[in-house]
Each structure stands twice: as C-alpha cells, then as structure tokens.
Design a protein around this ligand. Structure first.
Ligand SMILES: O=C(O)c1ccccc1N[C@@H]1O[C@H](COP(=O)(O)O)[C@@H](O)[C@H]1O
Length: 214
C-alpha cells in the first residue's frame, strides 16, 4: 500500500496547492502561537475548505483547552485533530469523544523506554505519531527538524496505524521508511527553506521520495 504522506505547517495557498497537486494525503495547519508555522483561524478555515475533498485536513494543537478546540472545530472544520502536547490518555479520549473527530496523538521518542506509552494511547487515539522528543529548553514540542533513532521502531506493532515524523526530509525519508516500515510520514521543517517558509520543490521531492519515485 502507498505510504500516507502528511505535509504539515502550511501557511499559504500556493504551498497548499503544491502539496495537493503533488499528491499529499493529509495537510496540516498549526495552531500554536510560539510556532513559526502558526496560522490564524480565518486563514485555516479558508485553506481547509480549499483542501477538502482533495486531502484530509489536520488541525495541530498543543495542550489546547476546550474553548480553543471548539473554535477551531466551528470555524475551520478539520477532519483530524493532532494532539502534540502532553495530553494524557484521559484527555485524548475526552477530546475524541467531545469533538467527534479523528484524533492523532503525537508521542515523543528518544529511547526504547518511551515506547511504553503506546498501549495507553493506542486505546484512545485513531492514529499515533512518533516524533523526536524535544530538548528540555525547546520553545515548541515539535517542528524542530530533528530525527530520533528510527531503529527504535524496528518490530514495533501498534493496534492503530502510526505515522513517523521528526527531521524527515527528501533525502532521508526513504531510509526512514525502510527501517521503520511506517505506514505514514509527516514532515514540516524538511520541506522548508527557512522556519515557517515552505519550499515547493522540497514538498514535491519529499512526496516523490516517500512514494519510492526518484
Ligand atoms: O511545526 C511546528 O511548528 C510544530 C509546533 C508544535 C508542535 C508540533 C509541530 N510540528 C510537528 O512536529 C513534527 C516534526 O516536525 P519536523 O518535520 O521535524 O519539523 C511533525 O509532526 C509536525 O507536524
């Protein structure tokens, strides 16, 4: 089956169109003010409406409260919520139930011990996202362009599908897929020319490489 590809942190209609035309399965919009990819509700609503029917749309939030989630759902209407903070399994279950949306929970990975979180989260999420654990002084929990040791995922089986992220780019995604057999990949920094500024050529190259087309 073809690898699911998500391009995250889109902020312009042009780069959204590049991702859609290149065949992205999922497109992500970041609702986190400290991120260089943070997007306003009005733009997100416009872009999500534009992408609807062409790719699944994802709203990325970090430890968001109920009111913030409600306004994203009301105005932007994404298909998925990506929970990229330190949400507990109970909070993930609550958000999934109250939103009625599919929920992807990001799990920070640095060592094999971090995989112990899988059972609690696979019971409450529709999809897991394995991302590199951020350094303690990081200003955001993801989107840092840093990979983790993909060999940690060797032989890992999950009850719900998972995606791989963290420092992926057009040059390393094929190797990451070879090692992890991930059903899907998610990228942000690796398809940018500067933080928050997507590069159309890199978006196209990433999708080609993830699909095994060079
Ligand atoms: O992209 C961001 O700025 C971001 C902010 C806060 C949480 C997550 C964020 N991005 C997600 O992080 C991973 C890895 O990104 P990268 O490819 O290493 O830059 C990815 O899932 C993004 O969706």
């Amino acid at each position: 089956m073809s690898t699911i590809v998500k391009i995250c942190g889109l902020k312009t209609l042009d780069t959204l169109d590049t991702a859609l035309d290149a065949g992205a399965d999922m497109v992500g919009f970041v609702f986190f003010p400290k991120s260089p990819r943070n997007i306003g509700l009005a733009d997100a609503a416009r872009f999500i409406a534009h992408a609807s029917g062409h790719a699944e749309t994802v709203a990325l939030v970090v430890d968001a409260d109920d009111a913030s989630i409600a306004s994203i759902l009301d105005e932007a209407k994404p298909d998925w919520l990506q929970l990229h903070g330190s949400e507990t399994p109970e909070r993930v279950a609550e958000i999934r139930k109250s939103s009625g949306k599919r929920v992807m929970k990001a799990l920070p990975i640095a060592t094999a011990a971090d995989l112990a979180a899988i059972p609690a989260f696979e019971a409450v999420a529709d999809r897991l996202l394995f991302d590199a654990k951020p350094p303690k002084d990081a200003t955001r929990p993801g989107g840092l362009g840093v990979p983790f040791d993909w060999n940690l995922l060797h032989g890992v089986e999950t009850k719900v599908p998972f995606m791989l992220s963290g420092g992926l780019d057009p040059d390393n995604v094929a190797e990451a897929l070879r090692i992890t057999h991930a059903p899907g990949v998610d990228v942000s920094s690796g398809v940018e020319r500067a933080p928050g500024e997507k590069d159309p050529d890199r978006i196209r190259a990433f999708i080609r490489a993830a699909r095994g087309v060079t």
